[in-house]
Ligand binder design. Structure first.
Ligand code: ATP
Length: 362
């Protein structure tokens, strides 16, 4: 099976621990995105899996074989980097054939494999061109083709799309995902672009300061972020995280004191386990609000401070006393600065984080 498993993966550079006790398992056919801010240890994790960096502690298994101390070629991994480094004097066809020639495959086998992958990646029209004669998207596809053509144990991508413009990125995300889906290999993609992770990954591992904060499907990462870091990191505009005091929990609803007002709100029934009077954080995504006509016990009232048109939607920066909130409304809604709006949270959209910043969930 072409799977990847790392246990207690740790990397120290002198005094700095860049990666701390990371455990991950990526199944054959699965795409895992390592996502996190700059410097959190994503690339170092990938390089240890590839064999480009020795581990300080822990084990790397690929296809169920322990790979510690083995070279990248012994691990039989295919890597695609941000800088795709195509051979400038070789045509697309020759670039693609290169790794197969290095493996001393027969010319017939090389030709058939190269043609097959070229068809899958829509490169047949440009096979005789040099890299200089290609657009950025085509270059990226050739880099992927060169990795795919070898039929390696697994694929490792490091920020593969970061050099492409926004439109091309969007297309390539879909294309790469489709190709990977057909290959039954374990794939790890390093990215700091959450949209890339949310659209390409079967599961996302969110990293911070060398640690894994959460590993889950894109849906769960978005709807059930394990802690305040993941909640604030995933989603644009970012989730409103409002400091609050829990005053009561009854019948699935929590009474919560915010800065200057109270709200009665539907929350997960695990909140029942929190003592009344505890400090919590109420998390509500900017798109989880609806504006209603009148204030009620289930609304938050806030004043429009700044209006930011975003095309189909409008982002409102709002103030409730000293507390800032972001609310996304439809473009058609007419609002003006200084106006007070009454905001109701859509059902099952409010999250409660405990005093340690952990999501409270059954
Ligand atoms: P980015 O998205 O900016 O590439 P990253 O999440 O991939 O960040 P890493 O490149 O893995 O992060 O780096 C993690 C930490 O390890 C950083 O503090 C970095 O400065 C440090 N680091 C990485 N490689 C080395 C090295 N060879 N020697 C010393 N420190 C290093």
């Amino acid at each position: 099976m072409s799977n990847i498993r790392v246990q207690n993966l740790t990397k120290r550079f002198g005094d700095l621990t860049a990666v701390s006790g990371v455990d991950l398992e990526i199944k054959a056919g699965e795409v895992l995105c390592l996502l996190g801010p700059s410097g959190c240890g994503k690339t170092t994790t990938l390089r240890m899996i590839a064999g480009l960096e020795q581990v300080s502690d822990g084990d790397v298994y690929i296809a169920d074989e322990k790979m510690n101390g083995k070279t990248p070629s012994q691990r039989d991994v295919a890597m695609v980097f941000q800088f795709y480094a195509l051979y400038p004097t070789l045509t697309v066809a020759e670039n693609m054939a290169f790794p197969l020639r290095a493996e001393k495959k027969s010319e017939a086998e090389i030709n058939s494999r190269v043609q097959e992958v070229a068809r899958a990646l829509a490169l047949t029209e440009v096979m005789e061109r040099l890299p200089d004669q290609l657009g950025e998207g085509e270059k990226q596809r050739v880099a992927v083709a060169r990795a795919v053509v070898r039929d390696p144990n697994c694929f490792l991508f490091d920020e593969p799309l970061s050099r492409l413009d926004v439109t091309l990125r969007q297309t390539m995300r879909g294309e790469i995902k489709e190709i990977l889906n057909g290959l039954s290999k374990a794939t790890v993609i390093v990215t700091h672009d959450q949209l890339e992770a949310l659209t390409m990954a079967d599961r996302i591992a969110v990293m911070r300061d060398g640690y894994i904060e959460q590993v889950a499907t894109p849906h769960d990462i978005f709807t059930r972020p394990a802690n305040l870091f993941v909640a604030g990191f995933i989603g644009t505009p970012s989730m409103n995280l409002l400091e609050a005091t829990l005053t009561k929990f009854q019948d699935g609803k929590a009474s919560i004191d915010l800065d200057s007002q109270k709200i009665l709100i539907d929350v997960d029934k695990a909140v029942e386990g929190i003592d009344a009077g505890s400090q919590v954080t109420l998390g509500i995504r900017p798109r989880a609000f609806q504006v209603v006509d009148a204030a009620g016990e289930d609304t938050i009232s806030a004043t429009v401070d700044l209006i930011e048109p975003m095309g189909a939607e409008t982002l409102l920066h709002m103030m409730d006393g000293e507390t800032e909130m972001r609310v996304v409304v439809g473009r058609e809604m007419k609002v003006h600065t200084g106006e007070t709006l009454h905001l109701q949270c859509k059902p099952s959209q409010a999250l409660i984080f405990d005093g340690n910043g952990q999501l409270v969930l059954t």
